[in-house]
Design a protein around this ligand. Structure first.
Ligand code: GTQ
Ligand code: FE2
Length: 352
């Protein structure tokens, strides 16, 4: 008898028999794959995460209020997590990455610590703060891209007169997925710094390398890729017409030792889109976080327009189509994702 012609009664019997079997298997820590196979092997990427934007006016107001309710010392890091609205309470902006906005007030320090999770910072507003990473103290300016690799000691401080805010992106959802998190504090509050501001950039990112440096390293030795150094490169590429139809004039932040990504788990880009640019539709499997360095525009994500301006942060979940549309002024977008991790695993894809 075909299943379609079975009576309601016999269907009920089949269900009951299956359930009894599942209950029996469960006692031995086994379960039927056929009940869950469709959720495990989806024909296309499936995500809880949704497209979202954080407007800097809201972020700034709330961050400055945080300065009233908690000191940097009490908080350890005074950060508001950018929670993806589809994954509230799970401290992530995409399934693999954490993002937050950090504020450090004049006179404050954030003590030295280290952890397995790697971090990147993209500086939004304010000047006069520094971050110290592995013995190099670097001043933070708008648009600077700063990396803190896995297990690198780091502390922040603001000896200046203005509040300083930046975007933090860390791979802790990835690290915690593997359940490989370690972290530790140091006795001292601040690192002893042996290297002056800009040391690692001069040492490694000028087309020469210290002689004898090992040629293999899966993370960049450069602590800060300053905006002041990156921005003229984009301008030069724009003049010579090196414009991608989807991404505009785009550079990839690279590890100068091997040309690879800055970190094994996170990769970043800086893109200039000329005024009037109408990007073609694009999608890729790496959910991507964007921060606006300059200008204004609209990104249509999964059919919905998101209007952005300077220092806004927005996210495109994996495999959602997006398209950038630029208004009357050139715009510069920073972006970061887990693409290097996906590429290392051979699972990264892109499409239109
Ligand atoms: O600045 O060291 O947003 O350890 C989250 C964890 C920032 C930091 C975050 C961190 C930090
Ligand atoms: Fe940290």
């Amino acid at each position: 008898m075909a299943v379609a012609t079975q009576s309601a009664d016999s269907k009920h019997n089949i269900q009951a028999a299956r359930q009894a079997y599942y209950d029996k298997a469960a006692k031995f820590n086994m379960a039927p794959l056929w009940e869950v196979l469709k959720d495990l092997v989806t024909p296309e990427p499936k995500t809880l995460c949704v497209p979202a934007i954080w407007k800097f006016a809201d972020v700034k107001r709330l961050m400055l209020e945080a300065g009233d309710v908690i000191t940097a010392e009490e908080a350890e890091r005074r950060v508001l997590v950018l929670e993806n609205p589809g994954a509230k309470g799970r401290s992530r902006i995409t399934n693999s990455l954490f993002a937050g906005i950090q504020l450090i007030m004049p006179g404050e320090i954030a003590d030295v610590h280290r952890h397995v999770a790697s971090a990147i910072r993209f500086v939004l507003e304010g000047e006069g703060a520094y971050t110290a990473v592995e013995g190099e103290k670097t001043m933070m300016k708008h648009g600077d891209f700063i990396i803190t690799a896995n297990w690198a000691p780091h502390d922040h401080g603001n000896p200046g007169t203005e509040p300083v805010m930046w975007l933090d992106v860390l791979d802790m959802p990835t690290i915690n997925h593997f359940e490989t998190s370690f972290a530790e504090h140091f006795e001292e509050k601040m690192q002893k710094t042996n290297y002056e501001d800009g040391d690692s950039f001069s040492r490694y990112a000028m087309g020469v390398l210290p002689d004898g440096l090992p040629a293999a390293r899966n993370r960049s030795p450069v602590i800060n890729y300053p905006y002041a150094k990156m921005r003229p490169i984009l301008e030069r590429l724009k003049r010579t017409g090196d414009i991608d139809v989807r991404h505009g004039v785009r550079v990839r932040y690279a590890n100068p030792i091997n040309g690879g990504p800055v970190l094994p788990t996170m990769g970043a880009y800086l893109s200039l889109m000329p005024r009037g640019f109408k990007g073609e539709s694009y999608r890729s499997t790496d959910g991507t976080i964007f921060a606006v360095a300059e200008g204004a525009g609209t990104t249509v994500i999964d059919g919905k327009p998101f209007e952005w301006g300077v220092n806004d942060v927005f996210v495109v979940p994996p495999w959602k189509r997006y398209q950038h549309l630029i208004g009357d002024d050139d715009a510069v977008l920073f972006s970061i994702s887990d693409r290097p991790a996906q590429e290392a695993l051979g699972i990264w894809r892109e499409g239109t």
